[in-house]
Design a protein around this ligand. Structure first.
Ligand code: OGA
Ligand code: NI
Length: 358
């Protein structure tokens, strides 16, 4: 077994190259570097049955009436039982979705010199390129992938800070994400049996960041993951994936594929939403398989609270969801403590949320 210290040094050495996983691939490696090797089984526990995460048709969601009620009910069931669902006919033009994936490709396929200045494992940077995450001295491997992330605190967009190669695609996509985020915040509130404006009044989805993810082909895909298993820390995630496949969620003890559906968006509950809903909605573990050939592209949009809600306020289960037969499951925490706790345990065997249970 490799020592922790040797591993830490190996990670830091890789991080100092500032070229990411794609840089390793471009240098012609034929073996997987040890720091990416996983002790988990890559192929066991895969679900061979045909169960599939729910697909919800958003046609008619704005019209009110009975179709909206049906959609609310489908979202409730999916968020309680799966933590994941796909949505179709959501109104975001196909060209906008193609453009965010194309922007992702363009960013990552620039010459390395154009990206190196943005390389950082510091989670506090609002624009950064990275393969590793660092928080409170813990530096950890995310998987056989590179990420380019842009943070829009309170939804404020300053296009100037985004590199030219991907600026327009990202700015346009963020506009649409804000709209669909509002729609989902209303639907999720109703699905919880609360007033439609509850989550919006609480400002729990007012900020967002976009992760443009690039999963290069991997020389030994059976020894690593594109993304190691994790839950998302934030309130809600909306993801667009290309046609490559590889995303899996842990459902009823097995790994179940999230099959690519052209034009669909994948929506999933994050740890923060599980906490404020007092476990009513579930934040589910997921991962991405690595593959021998071809590049996988995806773009995640992660919604989290406004800066006002992050500054020194504590958040626990929503009062109306705490009832006599459903006492609070979590203690109240401020959001900084919440994310610090997440990074302390993310990608370990210990679930970050369980640490906050009463
Ligand atoms: C993530 C994630 C999945 C994907 O970035 O949190 O789960 O398909 N991504 O890229
Ligand atoms: Ni995720």
């Amino acid at each position: 077994m490799e020592s922790d210290r040797a591993r830490k040094e190996e990670i830091e050495k890789f991080d100092r190259t500032k070229v990411g996983v794609k840089g390793l691939v471009d240098s012609g490696i034929t073996k997987l570097p040890r720091l990416f090797q996983t002790s988990e089984s890559v192929s066991e526990d895969n679900d061979s049955s045909n169960v599939q995460i729910p697909v919800i048709d958003f046609q008619g969601v704005d019209l009110g009436g009975s179709r909206r009620l049906e959609i609310v009910d489908e979202i409730r069931r999916a968020s309680e039982n799966w933590g994941f669902f796909q949505i179709v006919n959501h109104g975001i033009p196909g060209a906008v979705m193609d453009a965010i994936l194309e922007s992702t490709r363009r960013f990552h396929e620039q010459p390395k010199e154009a990206k190196m200045d943005l390389y950082s494992s510091d989670v506090k940077r609002v624009i950064r390129f990275y393969s590793m995450n660092r928080n409170h001295e813990r530096l950890y491997v995310l998987g056989w992938r590179d990420c380019f992330a842009c943070v829009f605190s309170d939804g404020v967009v300053n296009p100037e800070v985004i590199p030219h190669v991907c600026r327009d695609g990202i700015v346009e996509y963020v506009k649409h994400m804000k709209d669909i985020g509002e729609t989902l915040s209303g639907l999720l509130s109703e699905a919880l049996g609360l007033r439609q404006d509850t989550l919006s009044q609480m400002q729990y989805m007012n900020s967002l960041y976009i992760s443009c993810l690039y999963y290069p082909a991997c020389p030994e895909p059976d020894k690593t993951f594109g993304a190691t298993k994790h839950t998302d820390p934030t309130t809600l995630t909306i993801l667009v994936q290309d046609a490559t496949g590889g995303l899996q969620i842990h459902h009823e003890g097995r790994w179940t594929d999230v099959p690519p559906i052209p034009g669909a968006l994948i929506v999933n509950v994050g740890d923060f939403l599980q906490l404020i809903t007092n476990d009513k909605f579930k934040s589910v573990e997921h991962r991405v398989l690595a593959r021998a050939e071809g590049t996988r592209l995806s773009a995640g949009c992660f919604f989290y609270p406004s800066s006002e809600q992050i500054a020194g306020r504590e958040h626990g289960p929503i009062g109306e969801l705490v009832l006599d037969d459903s006492p609070p499951v979590y203690r109240a925490v401020d959001y900084i403590e919440f994310t610090t706790n997440y990074h302390k345990f993310a990608r370990t065997e210990h679930s970050p949320l369980s640490n906050l249970r009463l």
